[in-house]
Design a protein around this ligand. Sequence first.
Ligand SMILES: Nc1ncnc2c1ncn2[C@@H]1O[C@H](COP(=O)(O)OP(=O)(O)OP(=O)(O)O)[C@@H](O)[C@H]1O
Ligand SMILES: [Mg+2]
Length: 382
Amino acid sequence: MNKEIVDKLSQIQNPVSGKTLSEEDRLIDVEMKGEDLHIKYKRDGISPDIKQTLEKNILTALKDFVSEDNIFLLSVSENSQDVTSKQTADSVNPKNPAQLKVGHGTVGEKRKIPGVKNVICIASGKGGVGKSTFTANLAVTLAKKGKKVGIIDADFYGPSIPVMFKRREHRPSANEEQKILPLENYGIKFISFGNFIHEDEPVVWRGPMLGGVLNQFFFETEWGELDYLLLDLPPGTGDVQLSMVQNIELSGAIVISTPQDIALLDARKALHMFDKLDVHVIGMVENMSSFICDGCGKEHFLYGTGGVVSSCGELGVGYLGQIPLDIGLRKGADFGTPFMTNPEKHSESKVWSAYLDISGKLDSYFYPDDNKKKGLMGKLFS
Ligand SMILES: Nc1ncnc2c1ncn2[C@@H]1O[C@H](COP(=O)(O)OP(=O)(O)OP(=O)(O)O)[C@@H](O)[C@H]1O
Ligand SMILES: [Mg+2]
């Protein structure tokens, strides 16, 4: 292990106490794995906001040794209740924590969510194709265009939005009417089951009971005025999808697929489900479409090419575009800083233009007038 790195790390201060990490004996493990630096530290007594500052300081202090993309920080806490700042005490253990109502979702008339103009679900037939990453980055891109955007993480079995928005440990509050107040970061409001349960707790609730929680996320959450509410769905065509579609008026669905035939087969199942349920499919997105080698610059189509666009033609569904594989997308998701929040680093990339292009198509579809009159911001983000 490079001694200079350890020395540098040891001298970084806890922003609250002013003492160094070594004085507080916080460093547990510092290990270089190939090009990646893995740092494990004790975070007891450090609030989520202070943690953010501390980790930024770590990245800056080590920038001459390891690129920030290659630094992996893992914090462990012996006592998760041990929080210092008032702000943290409130966000981790709010005075009036929102409570989930476990019950059966009522199936009746489709309802609109007051104040929410467009509700769009992001679906896929197969898991791990990038729905949550797409939802997070689409939300950020639409918000940059001046739209008010919210997200419901409807993936009860593997919620990932809290991590992607750096709010893993926050617990939503309720207002006086006991409505849930969504969490917020990067200008996006969001609500996730992940902020109500501990990561290690098994989700033993059965599908129909989850319908009750989903209803609460839709209708008993203080969303305010939103142009878009995006629903990040679990993969497949099961209970959550059905109870959602039965209860609310959706403006449309976006189906994500990777280019392999096997993923496309599953994506077709999702398309058929929406067709049967009378939900308009706005279009399909091909994710992980190619890999651009950072050594030779050549674009490699690892999983073949053209599968999604030709399926769209065959099935009469719109094609929204393709997003290449990019390590920055994965790291942004893991670190809670979505790719599209960082123009300094990413605005020259293919992924950046893909997101601008796709969000532009979507926004022109729902707001054709806004997209005709383009000021500077419109030009930058459309
Ligand atoms: N274009 C991309 N380039 C590189 N990594 C990506 C890309 N899209 C997604 N990923 C990564 O792939 C993994 C799966 O993505 P994600 O969690 O968004 O998929 P998902 O469809 O929501 O999965 P699940 O079905 O489990 O909910 C994540 O580690 C994510 O960071
Ligand atoms: Mg997901």
